[in-house]
Structures are given as C-alpha cells and as structure tokens.
Write a protein that binds this ligand. Sequence first.
Ligand code: SF4
Length: 430
Amino acid sequence: MKYMIFNDGCVKEHAMLNYLDKELMSLGYIEESDYRQADIIIYSTCAGLKDAIENAGYNISFLAHIKKPEAKLIIVGCLTRNCNLEKLANLETNRRDIKIISDYNFGQAVKNYLLNENSQYTIKQQLEQKTTFKYHNDVCIRLEMEDGCINHCTFCKYNYMKMPITSVPFHDTLEYLKERIQKGTKVINLGGENLALYGIDLYKKPVLHKFIQELSEVPGLEKINLLEITVSNMYPELLNEICNNPKISKICIQLESASNKVLSLMKRNHTIEDFYDIVKKLRQHGKIVTTILMSAFPEETYEDLDYTVQFVKENAIYVNQICQYVDFEYIPSHQLKQFSPREADNHNRYLVNKIAQSNKEILYNAMPTLDQAVIVGQNAKFTYINNGSYTDGYSFMKKFQEYNPGDIIKATPKMLVKNQNTPYLYVYRY
Ligand code: SF4
C-alpha cells in the first residue's frame, strides 16, 4: 500500500502526522510522492482563517478529483470539526473513497481505521501523537502540552472555533518525558496554543511552573524551551520559575505589536509596558526571548510598525515569525476599517524588511558559547553539536566558531533537517 501525507495544519497536526508516518512505515506501508499513484492520501486541514479554509476546500476538491478512483482520501484536522466540508469543497463527502476523521488525536484514529480496529488510545500513545521528534536519538523533542484558549484576541480563530482548554495529565506526562530523557533526549520544547494556561482544565489552576520545575530535576535533561507564552496569562510563580530555573533557556512570548493602540484594538489584555517589565526580568536572568509579530492589522500605521521594530531591536527580541493579518467576517476585528490588499502587502513588506535587519543585528551581537550548544555525541576526532536553544543555526555556528576555534566538518542547517534520522546538526573539530 502506497500512502501520501499532505499537511496544511500547524505544529499539532505535524506531530500527529509524524507519528502516523512512523506507524504506517512500521506496518509496511510505502511512502509515495505522486498523488496520482498513492493508494491512501491523508490530508490535514487548517481552520485558522478565511484563506486557510478556502485553500483547504480547494485542496480537498483537487485531491478528490486527481487521485486514482480506488484510492482513499482521508481528511483530518481542524476543519473536520468546524465546517461543512461538502459545501466548502463542493463534493459529496459520503463517498466510499472519502473518509473524514475528526478525532483530536487523529494519528492513532487513522491507523485504527486503516487496520479496521477500534481500540482506545493509551496515554502514552496520546502523548506520542503530541510529540515531534528531531535529530538523532530524538535529542530534541517538542511536546504540545495544551490546546485551546480562553482569551478573545480580536483576530483569533477562537472567536468562531469552539475548542475547550485541554491539557496533558501532569504525572503521566512527566513519566513519559523521563523515559524519553533516559533514551537520549536533551532538549525539550514545550508548546501549546497558550502554554501559560496549562493545567486549568484538569487542576483548576495553571501549573506550568510546577511542571517545569519537576521536569528540570530529571537527570540528563539539558534544556527546556517554552513556546507560546502570553503576557496576559503570565502569573508570578511562572515568571519566578522561568527566571530562576537554569535549565530554561528560551521563551517565546507573543507580542504582535508594540503599539498600545494596536494592542488594545487586538484586545490583548496587556500594554507594552507590561510586556517590557517581563522581558526585562527575563533578560536580567540571561534568558533568550523570541516573539511573533503581526503586520497589516486594521488601523495600524507606519509609526506603529516603526515603534514595534524599535522595541524588539532595543530589547534584543528575536522575531521568529511575522503573520500578515487576514480578515474574516467571523472575527471581531472585521468591524475595523480594513486595508486594501495592496496597502496590507506594503505594511507587511515594510515590517519584514525592517525585522530582517533587526534579527541580523541581534544574532550578530549575541555570543553563542558551548553552554548554549548541546553536545549530541563525541568521539576522539569530532564533536557533534546541536544548536540547542539558539535561534538561527547558521549564525550560531559562525559565532560559535569565533569563540571556539575549529573547523566545521559538516553542517546541516536546521531548516533543512527534515528527516528525523539526520544524525547531527554540526560535526565540529577543535
Ligand atoms: S492568546 Fe493566542 S490563542 Fe489565545 S485568543 Fe489570543 S491569539 Fe488566540
């Protein structure tokens, strides 16, 4: 059986598809790169915003028409829970060759469907489906600990998507990660939609601070990076733990904009002064702070963009991503005065160019040292290095070389490491 996977979803879907990919291979299924030859096509959708929804409708309809008539098209992901796919893709979805699987943990659900099984998933299987494995010995992994959000930022899908907060169970997850660490994991990235909310569904209060404290005590673990933290949900115990825990290295805090006017229109529930107070504390404790920005939000001016650039530059905040605002009639910011497509593109281009410069300066001024790297392996001749929590692989190595003279024998830029079996990021000879 030849199968093919398409992912239009985000990191959660990526983790589940990663799991499914491994499982299908171990069952003897063969990966196919031509959708006209595949016997099974698995398509993961996104319900993020209007563009993503329309794109998914187009892709479903395309795949349903182009595939072999007997091939199975399996549709998974956010859209299967929120949307009338028949209408969207202009397609009869009760055909025998089309299967919609709307389970949250769809990795195992697809496998069960293909094997005609109906078993429940164990906690371990559920956690495996939320994990993305990277590099040799799974030295670096990412675990999605939380899903859903209670905030109502005016541009966010949670205004029309009903998704309760769901957290992974504290002790089972800790045991699962301990096992991973014993098997060689050294860097753990913890992610979620709004990670600071971790635990409020299960324990009636946020418990991320306790989780990272206990996790950091596991021998063999070198670094914990926290992704998707929001200022409005940051609480004193969490900030304290992040600042004082030496294993916590990098924190990604969504900023979107540094302009108080824009933050208020977005209903982010914090000001730039609140954000600054937190970043200042984190930087005083030597933490790497990264962020995500938004461009072309309605009513934003070039002065707002300039102020945002100046803020991230002055505070050495590396920008991981800039999302261009997309309007949609179901989000509250639709009521604001919208930019024309050309104006929006201009805003986006302006911000992207300025941030590229700012990011470059931040990387240039940073001084990577051995303690920012994670030694994946060592032998008499070479040292195998993973860039740990440092943001940009190439710049990391350049800087690393300045302070640790030696030769890079082989370098694999992080962005190109797609195959989880790639054994290292860098081979280095001192
Ligand atoms: S904090 Fe993030 S996930 Fe929550 S509503 Fe705002 S943008 Fe959406």
